[in-house]
Design a protein around this ligand. Structure first.
Ligand SMILES: Cc1cc2nc3c(=O)[nH]c(=O)nc-3n(C[C@H](O)[C@H](O)[C@H](O)COP(=O)(O)O)c2cc1C
Length: 356
């Protein structure tokens, strides 16, 4: 097993990761020091995963996207996505849609049900979110963006945040204009995924536009996109001067990434990876939480996806483990398998990233 040990960064290079890395950010009555946030991921960051990531250091974790469409808004799936969590403060509900009045209604309803913050999704690259033009497709129509933001901000008394991309396509990176609009209309914080809509998930995220947005507005800016390890987190902060970071795919199968990033930013120390026992306990907690949340049929299927991510990240025999786990049909069989599971770690050097 090889990884760069748990040494102070000065042992690795002469850069101090903590320089300028810490910044204070307010969201309503909440205050965060350079928050590291779990990205909303539909079908992934449900309340079970969000709670595990918060327990491992994520400062907060917005809900998965919920549709503002009045028909879809009250399906059991959407209702479950915005069920308030007493221990998740602030509880942030993300809404998506293209109709200002519907978005305002959806925001009001979420606040009535316990949301502390509303997050507007203008980042989803799908042309149609829940059968409507929404997500980052809206970026092409700044007048509509303004109407949506104004409608939601005036509908609720809680902070409203916006999550978006750097623009429509590489020739139309309008994030700076959208950010100024958002600030003028009372948006409390902005998360930027460093890709345009047209770029979907291709290539590497670009952080220049995030840096330009940070310079252009006074509201907190959260940088998102391809933050995979503590060194990358430090580099993105240095490059963008963002107030916080949001981590999505790199947290799949690795809720510990939040603790590693936060420790490194605050102290320059690399935390050790979880032990095989810790991985096993996390898997058991995660999978049994999914069984409880979704019931046996759906829970066992959703558990396969998450367990597969843990195996891929932590086990050199991941393909075999995943195949074995995917054959298990019942909640009991999955839990029994995991009770006897020991991760056989891969080379873990990529957990920490490259010192710049
Ligand atoms: C499976 C999946 C589902 C996603 N669902 C949402 C969503 O519901 N709302 C949203 O704003 N972004 C969503 N995203 C985008 C992420 O929040 C994030 O912006 C993107 O993955 C880039 O961050 P990363 O490189 O750290 O993964 C989703 C991404 C993935 C991979």
């Amino acid at each position: 097993m090889r990884f760069p040990a748990f040494m102070h960064v000065d042992d690795l290079n002469n850069n101090d990761p903590t320089i300028d890395a810490q910044s204070s950010m307010r969201l309503g009555s909440w205050q965060f020091e350079t928050p590291v946030i779990l990205a909303p991921m539909a079908g992934v960051s449900d309340r079970v995963f969000r709670a595990l990531c918060r327990a491992e250091g994520a400062d907060y974790a917005p809900s998965e996207m919920t549709s503002s469409d009045p028909v879809l808004r009250n399906t059991p799936q959407t209702r479950q996505r915005r069920l308030a969590e007493a221990d998740a403060k602030p509880f942030i509900v993300q809404i998506a849609g293209a109709e200002p009045a519907e978005m305002a209604d959806a925001a009001r309803e979420a606040v009535d049900e316990g949301a502390d913050v509303i997050d507007i999704n203008m980042g989803c690259p799908a042309k149609r979110v829940c059968n409507r033009l929404a997500g980052s497709a809206l970026l092409r129509d700044e007048a509509l963006v303004a109407r949506i933001l104004a409608a939601v901000v005036s509908a609720v008394a809680v902070p409203v945040t916006l999550k978006t991309r750097t623009g429509w396509d590489p020739a139309n990176r309008n994030a700076v204009r959208v950010a100024r609009l958002a600030e003028d209309l009372g948006i409390s914080a902005l998360t930027l995924h460093g890709r345009t809509r047209a770029c979907a998930y291709q290539g590497m995220a670009e952080y220049e536009t995030i840096a330009a947005v940070k310079t252009a507005v006074a509201i907190p800016v959260i940088a998102n996109g391809d933050i995979t390890d503590p060194c990358k987190a430090r580099d993105v902060l240095a490059q963008t001067r963002a107030d916080g970071l949001m981590v999505g795919r790199a947290a799949q199968g690795d809720p510990w990434i939040f603790g590693r990033i936060k420790a490194y930013l605050a102290t320059g120390i690399h935390l050790p990876p979880p032990t095989p026992d810790t991985v096993q306990r996390m898997l058991l907690a995660h999978v049994s939480g999914l069984h409880d949340l979704y019931g046996e049929f759906l829970g066992t299927r959703i558990a396969r996806k998450h367990a597969g991510w843990y195996f891929l990240r932590w086990d050199r025999e991941a393909i075999q483990r995943r195949a074995e786990f995917n054959r298990l049909e019942s909640a009991t069989a999955q839990l029994r398998y995991l009770e006897h599971y020991t991760a056989h770690f891969n080379d873990l050097s990529n957990l920490y990233g490259e010192a710049a």
